[in-house]
Design a binder for this molecule. Sequence first.
Ligand SMILES: *Cc1c(COP(=O)(O)O)cnc(C)c1O
Length: 238
Amino acid sequence: MVPQAETAIEHNLLEVRGRIASAANSAGRSPSEVLLIAVSKTFPAETVLQAAAAGQSCFGENRIQEAEGKIHALRGSQQLEWHLVGHLQSNKARRAAELFDVIHSLDNVKLAERLSQACRDTGKVLSVLVQVDLGHETTKSGVAESLLRELVHAAASLPGLRLDGLMTIPPFFDDPQQTRPYFAELRAWKDLLEKEKPGCLGRRHLSMGMTHDFEIAIQEGATMVRIGTAIFGSRSHA
Ligand SMILES: *Cc1c(COP(=O)(O)O)cnc(C)c1O
């Protein structure tokens, strides 16, 4: 695919925002309940700037090293919010806690403790989401459902962290309708955990839905969608 010109990103953002609004309306929800995170992984800082110029302020990255370059390059010039959507190893917790505003990939207690310690040292309050492995695929990261409760309760009580909800990446299906049960299941977990321990999920976010399936995720209650390809075009590598 050819690189996207500035006008293409602007056009794509408008189109994606329109599709988000339609999906929300079709489910009787307000479009303002859905935060668009533009996943800019593999694209350079200049591309992020083009999207920012088109009014986009939240960006998602999946690798610390790559994100660090962009975040530092754009720091000061723009008021941007950075979301880590990719897997995070405990030994990179400190750097992640410094760089990002929201971590979507909390999946074990040790990582939660490392992030908490880093935040206590710097006085930062970091928003985190627990990533849940609903597909039971060993290749995917995320906490197993059998360990979810324990992780949520641990993360909710750690200083420096604000647990704000749940995230999932369903298995890939050609027909996006087949992802619907996974999104519904994540919402059911949110409702159950909040019923058992009110307030434990903070702002009660559900981070779910990507280019292929975000409309279905919104119909099932997504409050954050993570969209790369539909905004920036195809990536040459993942
Ligand atoms: C890359 C990525 C996305 C965006 O995927 P697209 O299909 O390009 O929209 C969303 N979430 C995560 C965790 C990702 O790694």
